[in-house]
Design a protein around this ligand. Structure first.
Ligand code: PLP
Length: 208
């Protein structure tokens, strides 16, 4: 089923990179996706991603692994060692930890700023009107930031939020824009997403 789902989603997501979000799904599901040719994956926990992908990476040299979950500063070194892209740069303390981790490991994952596009108090992310300041701050401490990501408010039409993200991304001249999930990735692509993060539409519904 994963193979068929992937084929269908790839068709609908043409023009954007499809990140297969494998969080909570076992290594056998990841293998099914790999067999179908999928190479770009998203995970939301460092430890879970490490246990699933450490061996697979030795087997498949072209896997691209994205961190899409909240990242604790004390896991910055592990994250920089494991991930090719970290999408959840959301605060100065994490930026500092990542800057140190980059120096310590010599690895340079792509970094995206997470934007709290709905300005929801319970959500992580940089407020849209603070994005430019935060980008400059990150650059000032030696971090290269190349994209934006967002999770729009759950029960609203995502399109206005996606459009605002597109404006922000263009205003900051960043190449990558990660937005859109199983329910709304086509709308996100229509608004300029360069990457979509799709989990349940590929792997099935998550139990946890
Ligand atoms: C789980 C998750 C996704 C995938 O969600 P689906 O609705 O299953 O496609 C995308 N982005 C983030 C940040 C996630 O945590």
């Amino acid at each position: 089923m994963i193979k068929e789902n992937l084929a269908a989603i790839h068709k609908r997501a043409a023009g954007a990179t499809l990140i297969a979000v494998s969080k909570t799904f076992g290594v056998e599901c990841v293998r099914e996706a790999l067999d179908a040719g999928q190479r770009v994956f998203g995970e939301n926990r460092v430890q879970e991603a490490k246990s699933k992908f450490a061996d697979l990476r030795a087997e498949y040299s072209d896997i691209e692994l994205h961190m899409i979950g909240a990242l604790q500063s004390n896991k910055a070194v592990d994250a920089v060692e494991l991930f090719d892209v970290i999408q959840t740069l959301d605060r100065p303390s994490l930026a500092e930890a990542l800057a140190k981790a980059v120096i310590k490991t010599g690895r340079h994952p792509r970094l995206y700023m997470e934007i709290n596009i709905g300005e929801e108090p319970q959500k992580a992310g940089i407020a849209p009107d603070k994005a430019e300041d935060f980008l400059n701050y990150c650059r000032g401490i030696g971090l290269q930031v190349s994209g934006l990501m967002c999770i729009p408010p759950q029960d609203k039409d995502p399109t206005p939020f996606f459009l605002r993200m597109r404006e922000l991304k263009d205003g900051l001249s960043l190449p990558h824009l990660s937005m859109g999930m199983s329910a709304d990735f086509e709308a996100a692509i229509n608004c300029g997403a360069t990457e979509v993060r799709v989990g349940s539409a590929i792997f099935g519904s998550r139990i946890i």
